[in-house]
Design a binder for this molecule. Structure first.
Ligand code: IMP
Ligand code: MG
Length: 199
């Protein structure tokens, strides 16, 4: 898996606000091709097991639903929601559970589905939370990995793309709740400095 280079391809799409620019980083076609490979890798490790996917809202929604359809065999899924950072750009390390799981994960083969691994603080909190609930297996799949930004000592078992330290949007990822609906993963830039993170 190679790190994705930032392209110069500026996307002129409806919904891009003045003062903001989006450059396509990973095209829709490339995302879908990689998803097939990720699904195969997961199924290679768990060929016959029922898989219980847990999506972290809201960024992982498209990734989870596309991945679920690529995974053959028995698949169920659930979602939970956490808030990580409040308003700012930098992590406080505080993670708060906003929406809990609907069903028990005890004895299940759980695959945590995350949009992006950044500082890793959210995932660290989640893994501790899930481990206490005694799943049979606990694995993590992330679409994007910003390795450079890591603070917490965590890793994902399956990674879609390693990306440089850029703020990215699209395919579920947002900036202030916008851009989630863009089909490609794009790097977002600002004319003025006004970045913040959200889940
Ligand atoms: P972490 O706890 O720093 O690893 O990141 C937690 C969450 O921050 C991710 O699941 C995303 O929802 C969000 N996040 C981190 N980086 C980005 C980004 O570049 N764009 C959009 N959201 C991001
Ligand atoms: Mg997230």
């Amino acid at each position: 898996m190679s790190t994705i280079p930032i392209t110069k391809k500026v996307k002129r799409m409806k919904g891009v606000r003045p003062g903001e620019t989006v450059r396509v980083l990973i095209s829709e076609a490339r995302l879908q091709a990689r998803l097939k490979e990720l699904a195969k890798a997961i199924r290679r490790d768990f060929p016959t097991e029922p898989l219980h996917l847990i999506g972290v809202l809201k960024g992982s929604v498209f990734f989870l639903t596309d991945l679920a359809r690529e995974l053959g065999g028995e698949v169920s899924f659930d979602f939970l929601s956490v808030s990580s950072y409040g308003q700012g750009t930098d992590s406080t390390g505080e993670v708060k559970l906003i929406k809990d799981l609907d069903v028990s994960i005890e004895g299940k083969t759980v695959i945590v589905v995350e949009d992006i691994l950044d500082t890793g603080l959210t995932l660290k909190y989640l893994l501790r939370f899930f481990e206490e609930k005694k799943p049979k297996h606990l694995r993590v799949v992330v679409l994007l990995d910003k390795e450079e930004r890591r603070i917490a000592d965590v890793h994902a078992d399956y990674v879609g793309f390693a990306i440089p330290n850029e703020f990215v949007v699209g395919y579920g990822l947002d900036f202030d709740e916008r851009y989630r609906n863009f089909p490609d993963v794009c790097a977002l830039e600002f004319a003025t400095k006004n970045k913040s993170k959200s889940t």
